[in-house]
Design a protein around this ligand. Structure first.
Ligand SMILES: Cc1cc2nc3c(=O)[nH]c(=O)nc-3n(C[C@H](O)[C@H](O)[C@H](O)COP(=O)(O)OP(=O)(O)OC[C@H]3O[C@@H](n4cnc5c(N)ncnc54)[C@H](O)[C@@H]3O)c2cc1C
Length: 482
């Protein structure tokens, strides 16, 4: 690390000396990502490192948690196979992640996880040494693990201990306000940052490499529901020309179902908004199906084992004439176990046929999956704002600028409600016409079929009845009961 001063002119034309630091690798941010990057680089021989951060106790990783904060990685337990490509596919299917990044993260996930274990983060293990995993939402494998509500806090504490052990310098109490860039070919790359301390004094840090680990988009939007401590500096990178992938996108719609029945229905959105829902469904629906298939298979195995036991109990009950009579009566009335099994088999076959039919129409990637609105009639955000406000605002930007100054949400909302547009709600659309939809093969059994399937039981009952009658008759003859 080398320190110097350069003279720069400020906005009023005055010359000031700004301190400049030269360093091989600059890490901006000290959440789990920044700390881990610094520790890994130092372990791989990078000696000239500097971490600049608002504070070691700042950021999401060390401050927030949830009921059971989940660490997600390649599955390291159980008998189900997993592979980086499969994990990357699951990440990618979420719809917000760059595919290459998904594969890199998946490929290194086990290694990064075990590194944390080596640093002393107490992830749970079973007596054989397997890292206990569980399935999270839409996760087809047991890739998640946790050490409780503050998993990332414990990770940070272990990493901070390691940063101190390795002697990596940390500058706390500073904010990166600008990224320095140098031209490289047709584009440019980061070559340092300008940081400001609490008094506003500036300092430049020039570096060969910059690790930009400033957290999520918490500080990016005017209105945010993130906790205050989640600042972030993505905007700094965007202003310097960085390209972003998968930033949460804003969208609005006038009516959206609650997804309680598993299907989202949307009305009254702009074309861009509809497209966000469409892309989300295209990524998430196949995962939902895969999840249901996995879950269905284990449930079926359990129910089949119960059915085998119930079948054995039913056969045993034939030892008694009343048991045999009940079984025959159930078979004739089609309330017996065999009838239930036949119905369930038909339901499973129908599910396969129905899903195949949906897939055949490429339905999950189409607008028809989430709305009956004709894509030809979709409006742009600006058109929606103009029409809904009765022409008061011409563009959504104009509306946003005005809305930012309003303190009451009813005022902001009310102006958009001036004009109701057709297609804003489910009303007014004709019912779906689905002539090609496969129907459930409902095959109610006949009395004759019931009699046929219970013929063996009826024969057995007859033999039992004759035998009992014969034994009763003998007893009556042999012993005078008068
Ligand atoms: C309630 C909640 C529950 C969560 N649950 C989970 C979960 O179960 N599983 C999961 O994987 N993820 C979960 N997350 C997300 C996860 O915690 C974060 O994605 C992760 O901690 C981000 O780590 P990071 O290092 O990228 O950023 P952060 O931990 O936010 O670190 C960013 C660092 O950069 C610093 N910084 C920011 N701006 C500047 C600047 N301009 N100059 C200098 N320094 C700056 C900050 O002070 C901080 O030190 C949850 C998040 C929340 C809020």
């Amino acid at each position: 690390m080398r320190r110097d001063r350069v003279s720069v002119k400020d906005g009023r034309g005055r010359t000031t000396a700004v301190p400049v630091t030269w360093v091989h690798t600059l890490v901006i941010g000290s959440g789990a990502a920044g700390l881990n990057a610094a520790v890994q680089l130092a372990s791989h021989g990078i000696e000239d490192l500097l971490i600049v951060t608002e504070g070691l106790q700042k950021g999401t990783s060390i401050n927030t948690g949830s009921d059971k904060q989940t660490y997600y990685k390649l599955s390291l337990c159980g008998a189900e196979a997993d592979a980086p490509a499969l994990l990357a596919e699951t990440y990618y299917a979420g719809g917000s992640m760059h595919g290459d990044l998904a594969l890199v993260e998946a490929s290194l996930s086990a290694r990064a996880f075990l590194h944390l274990v080596d640093l002393g983060v107490p992830f749970p293990r079973d007596p054989y040494g397997q890292f206990i995993g569980y399935k999270t939402d839409h996760d087809p494998r047991q890739r998640a693990t946790s050490i409780g509500p503050y998993t990332s806090r414990e990770m940070c504490r272990a990493l901070i201990r390691e940063v101190q052990r390795l002697g990596i310098p940390v500058r706390e109490g500073v904010t990166a306000v600008h990224l320095l860039t140098v031209a490289e070919g047709d584009s440019s790359r980061a070559a340092g940052a300008v940081i400001a301390n609490a008094r506003g004094a500036l300092e430049a840090i020039c570096a060969e490499n910059v690790v930009f680990a400033v957290g999520g988009p918490g500080g990016l939007y005017r209105a945010s529901v993130y906790p205050e401590v989640q600042t972030g500096a993505i905007g700094v990178a965007l202003l310097s020309g960085a390209k972003a992938q998968g930033l949460p996108e804003g969208y609005s719609c006038w009516w959206c179902s609650t997804n309680r029945d598993g299907v989202v229905e949307v009305y009254g959105s702009s074309g861009a908004g509809f497209d966000i829902f469409r892309r989300r469904a295209m990524a998430s629906e196949p995962i939902r199906l895969e999840y249901a298939d996995n879950r269905g298979a284990s449930q079926k195995a359990y129910l089949d084992s119960l059915a085998r036991q119930a079948g054995a109990a039913e056969r045993l009950s034939f030892a008694s004439p009343t048991g045999a009579f009940r079984a025959i009566a159930s078979a004739i009335c089609r309330t017996d176990l065999a009838a239930h099994r036949r119905l369930m088999d038909r339901a499973r076959q129908y599910r396969e046929t129905f899903i195949g039919w949906l897939r055949g129409m490429d339905i999950f990637g189409s607008f028809a999956w989430l709305t009956p609105t004709d894509p030809e009639t979709f409006l742009t955000d600006d058109q929606l704002v103009e029409k809904r406000t009765g022409g008061e605002f011409k563009t959504s930007q104009e509306y946003e600028a005005w809305a930012a100054k309003q303190t009451d949400w009813r005022t902001r909302w009310g102006v958009l409600n001036k004009v109701k547009l057709p297609g804003d709600s489910p009303e007014g659309f004709p019912f779906l016409d689905l002539p090609g939809m496969p129907r459930f093969p409902d095959r109610p059994g006949t009395l004759l079929a019931g009699l046929g399937s219970s013929a063996v039981g009826a024969g057995l009952l007859l033999v039992e009845a004759v035998l009992l009658f014969y034994l009763g008759y003998i007893a009556f003859i042999r012993y005078d009961v008068r």
